[in-house]
Write a protein that binds this ligand. Structure first.
Ligand code: PSV
Ligand code: MN
Length: 399
């Protein structure tokens, strides 16, 4: 790696942070069941301790996304969670309202044909804005499970109208430095017509809601073969890209570790961002977040693995020679253009990561250091004992 490229990669790493999700440290599973890990977080203190461990080792995860119903105790001052996060060396990031879990949302939240339920969902989101204010968060991250599972079940246009109304009402209450992110997902739990199924719908809703609303791209929320980097490029060009939920997928919303299936795709996404920044002379403001739930991998390890691969791919994408690419494109030199991307993708950025970690007084191999630290073992023993004391039994017949 030439000194020039090394410098470029290190500079890119300086500007890259990624948010960890509180829910990624707790018990999760599939709809077929859960396989528990002793080290899984029990409460918010555990989740923030785990997030703190990831940040201490990687140096680029200073914030943690929270889910309102899973992380905040109703009636309790949210600042308590802020104090807890400080104790673990992290800050609170995006606030995720939850309008999908309560029984009242069987027929939807913002898309429900009952105005009382729509109002109830809206109030929860407004309460979430109050939490944002209390904890100093910049992002309200919205995902809706709304949709219909059978043709004819609901009026697609009427539901669209309900969504527009509610999102507009919500947008009105955002503070000057607050942004709402609208996430889309093609299916699940709705199987016929999800109310925000793709980036176009999220874009239209955001545009109608107001300038503080942007689109959130969850990399797992696309059909196979969707060209996600093209969506990213369009959203960037329209100044409508607000953030990412990173994960990888093979079939549906698999929540696999970023880059485990298709690292080149994530590289191409980052390339669009670097290319936009090279053309416009400014890096767009994007909230990079992880949205993964691990059932088989140890959760903290999987999160560290994700962060490290995200840094690697971001640094590799920073190495693309934009001028050479432009020249090749101008001449319609397809092979050279493609090879320019491949060259950056296949460059070993380990030296740059090493320099960046050393400069930031971080371990050269965060995953190895985590394993060496014995954190997982200690957390497992502590959390096993606490579960026992609390009378929580989660094992099967061999427990
Ligand atoms: C839904 O699949 C999603 O991607 C949303 O971002 C949720 O907030 C998150 O997963 C956690 O369930
Ligand atoms: Mn998501």
């Amino acid at each position: 790696m030439s000194p020039k490229l090394l410098r470029r990669a290190v500079e890119a790493l300086d500007s890259f942070n990624v948010e960890t999700p509180s829910w990624g440290f707790a018990d999760t599973g599939t709809r077929f069941g859960k396989f528990f890990q002793d080290a899984a977080a029990i409460d918010m203190n555990d989740k923030l301790a785990d997030a703190g461990q990831v940040h201490a080792l990687t140096g680029c995860c200073p914030t943690v996304a929270t889910h309102v119903l899973w992380d905040f105790i109703p009636g309790e001052d949210p600042k308590k969670v802020v104090r807890l996060s400080r104790k673990h060396g992290v800050k609170l990031g995006a606030i995720n309202p939850n309008v999908f879990q309560d029984q009242c949302y069987k027929w939807g939240s913002f898309g429900n044909n009952d105005p009382k339920i729509r109002q109830h969902a809206l109030q929860h989101c407004l309460d979430s804005i109050a939490i944002m204010k209390a904890v100093g968060s910049e992002y309200l991250s919205l995902w809706f499970a709304d949709g219909t599972s059978y043709p004819g079940q609901g009026s697609i246009r009427e539901r669209k109208g309900y969504f527009e109304e509610c999102l507009k009402a919500l947008h009105k209450k955002l503070g000057p430095k607050q942004t709402m992110l609208v996430e889309y997902k093609p299916f699940e739990p709705a199987f016929y017509a999800t109310d925000i199924a793709d980036w176009g719908m999220a874009y239209v809703y955001s545009k109608k809601a107001g300038p503080k609303s942007k689109v959130l791209v969850d990399t797992g929320h696309h059909y196979s073969a969707t060209n996600i980097e093209q969506i990213v490029a369009w959203l960037l060009d329209e100044d409508m890209l607000g953030g990412f939920h990173f994960n990888d997928r093979r079939y549906a919303d698999d929540d696999l570790t970023l880059g485990s299936i298709d690292p080149y795709q994530i590289f191409r996404i980052f390339h669009e961002i670097h290319s936009f920044s090279a053309d416009r002379g400014r890096m767009p403001k994007i909230a990079y977040m992880i949205d993964q739930s691990h059932n088989e991998k140890p959760k903290v390890e999987a999160t560290i693995q994700t962060v490290v691969i995200a840094q690697e791919l971001y640094a590799k994408a920073a190495l693309v020679d934009h001028e050479a690419l432009r020249r090749a494109q101008a001449k319609n030199n397809v092979i050279d253009a493609e090879l320019i991307l491949k060259k950056a993708f296949f460059t070993d950025v380990t030296p740059a990561l090493g320099v960046w970690r050393k400069a930031n007084k971080l371990p050269s191999d965060p995953l190895a250091e985590h394993r060496r630290s014995g954190y997982e073992k200690k957390a497992a023993a502590d959390r096993r004992a606490r579960r026992k004391a609390m009378g929580i039994t989660r094992g099967g017949s061999f427990a």
